[in-house]
Design a protein around this ligand. Sequence first.
Ligand code: DGL
Length: 271
Amino acid sequence: MDNRPIGVFDSGLGGLTSVPYLIERLPQERLIYFGDTARTPYGSKAVKTVMNFSDQIADFLVESGVKMIVIACNTVSSTCAAHLAERYPDIPIVGIIQPAADKVVSSCSSLNRVGIIGTKVTIQSGIYAEMIRSKRSDIDVFEMACPAFVPLIEEGFRDSDIMELTIRYYLDDFILENRIDTMVLACTHYPLIGSMIRRMYPDIRIINPSEEIVTSVESILKEKDMFADSHTGDNVFYASDLSENFVAMIDEISRNTTAKIEFKNLEIDKK
Ligand code: DGL
């Protein structure tokens, strides 16, 4: 039993898409979330920069007394998970790629044609294709970086004509030419445009890593006997810049749950 909070982080508000699943499945766990809204997007930055930012956030979460760090960000998970695990050998570090790749492996057949869409950093890492192929070389995997999605989502253009055009720009040919029938939203921001993608491509099955990561969190808590036995204190959501959209999204989350939410701004020096 361990009543310390779980730390969750992302480059911005994308990681919030995993929070309702965490709250629903693990209601007794207290969450400390950090969204680096002042420095988002990470997905088009150098890996070294992403690593520096991730170190700062992980240090902050550890100083805040978390028992586990959940990287609710594909960009960070694809490049920094092993490094963070080395930096904090005593704290379980849960990345988002493995549970999502496992879902593909367990739910797809050799007939499926799987599209992975994510940030430049995630796609350039090639980690999804590698993890899927290491277990199932018979599944066809295609990858596509969609770098304009995150800035548009952070700016609040979720349900707009400009978003629809951008989705078409990236996905129309990608889906058609590769005959994609299953698509992994390999950036935690993308579930925020998931309903639009579903509407535009109704025949495609969507896999949402923000949902899958909860399975890993739960099994590690179980394995290490670290479940909290009661929800002690409020969930806290930090952002390096309290953008309107970040605040609005916390409101959305808190309307759908009984969790108490507190806003706090955290300034992190740029390095
Ligand atoms: N939400 C993040 C991800 O899952 C990062 C997006 C970004 O900052 O570019 O990849």
